[in-house]
Ligand binder design. Structure first.
Ligand code: ATR
Length: 284
């Protein structure tokens, strides 16, 4: 019987994961099927149990179930525990083993695909929700000089900085003060990462998550939001106005977090270069 995998979420129809994992399976010669599971908002655990009962081997978990997946897992990786959220479930015997590959996917995209150095650099993370929480530990593991976390609701940024300060140099700064911080020579923002929902398609745009003055010409701007079309995301548009020359949207993170999940399930890390043009072509 072919091993079965799926992405579970609500909504889930837009998910690119089936296409990505089908490409990985072809490339690595693995026999598997990968579908979409739409779970009712109040029926995540039931849907997961049904999937397991019918022989399902692994799940990717997307909005809004990442916290519930963490609660449901019997065992999880350290990075999933720190994130408090899970995007990958693997069936091990009668149990679910859980991981969060989002942050590792981001760091892999930045370092390996984009050639961005994180070690010894000043990294600014905008946002203090689930997305920000998921990437802090993997960024700290790359030994930056400092992380500045900033959020519209300052108390959430302060809470995150407190929680993660045991693992590396991290502090909270209000969005309005980010421009001042960046103008101090030793605090120039080497990498600015948008982990807010600013620019997500289904939401009103609202105010920008940082002042344009945060950006220097040498800053690398990275948006967790991705655009399939050639146009820059609203955050990357802001960064360009700030004089940024190098930037990327979150398509690479999407592909690399999937590769990490695939590796957890199948024991082999697929190549990813051939998947980028496949996804960009969707929008053409
Ligand atoms: P996610 O799991 O995607 O991070 P979330 O937990 O709802 O979702 O968090 C959304 C993040 O985007 C929060 O940091 C939110 O700021 P608040 O904590 O102040 O709500 C941030 N956010 C959403 N829209 C924003 C906007 N227009 N400008 C700045 N920050 C925004």
């Amino acid at each position: 019987m072919t091993d079965r995998y799926a992405v579970i979420g609500n909504p889930v129809a837009h998910s690119k994961s089936p296409l990505i994992h089908a490409a990985f399976a072809r490339e690595t010669g693995q026999m598997l099927s990968y579908g979409r599971l739409l779970a009712p908002l109040d029926g995540f655990a039931d849907e997961v149990a049904r999937f397991a009962a019918t022989g399902g081997q692994g799940l990717n978990v997307t909005v809004p179930f990442k916290l519930e997946a963490f609660a449901l897992a019997h065992e999880c990786t350290e990075r999933a525990r720190r994130a408090g959220a899970v995007n990958t479930l693997k069936r091990v015997g009668e149990h679910w083993y859980a991981d969060n590959t989002d942050g590792a996917g981001l760091v892999h995209d930045l370092i390996e695909n984009l050639g961005v150095t994180l070690g010894g650099k000043h990294i600014v993370v905008l946002g203090a929700g689930g997305a920000a929480r998921g990437i802090l530990q993997p960024i700290l593991d790359a030994h930056p000089a400092a992380i500045t976390v900033s959020n519209r609701t300052m108390a959430r940024a302060e809470a995150l900085a407190r929680e993660f300060s045991a693992y590396g140099p991290i502090r909270a700064v209000a969005p309005a003060d980010l421009g001042n911080v960046a103008s101090e020579a030793h605090h120039v923002a080497d990498v600015v990462i948008n982990a807010t929902s600013y620019g997500m398609l289904d939401r009103p745009l609202g105010a920008a998550p940082c002042p344009v003055s945060i950006f220097a010409p040498t800053t690398f701007a990275y948006d967790l939001v991705y655009a399939l079309a050639d146009e820059p995301t609203p955050f990357l548009e802001l960064a360009r106005r700030g004089g940024v020359a190098r930037s990327a949207d979150g398509l690479g993170m999407l592909i690399e977090q999937a590769a990490e999940s695939f590796q957890l399930w199948r024991g082999v890390r697929p190549g990813t270069a051939h998947v980028f043009p496949l996804l960009r072509k969707l929008a053409a």
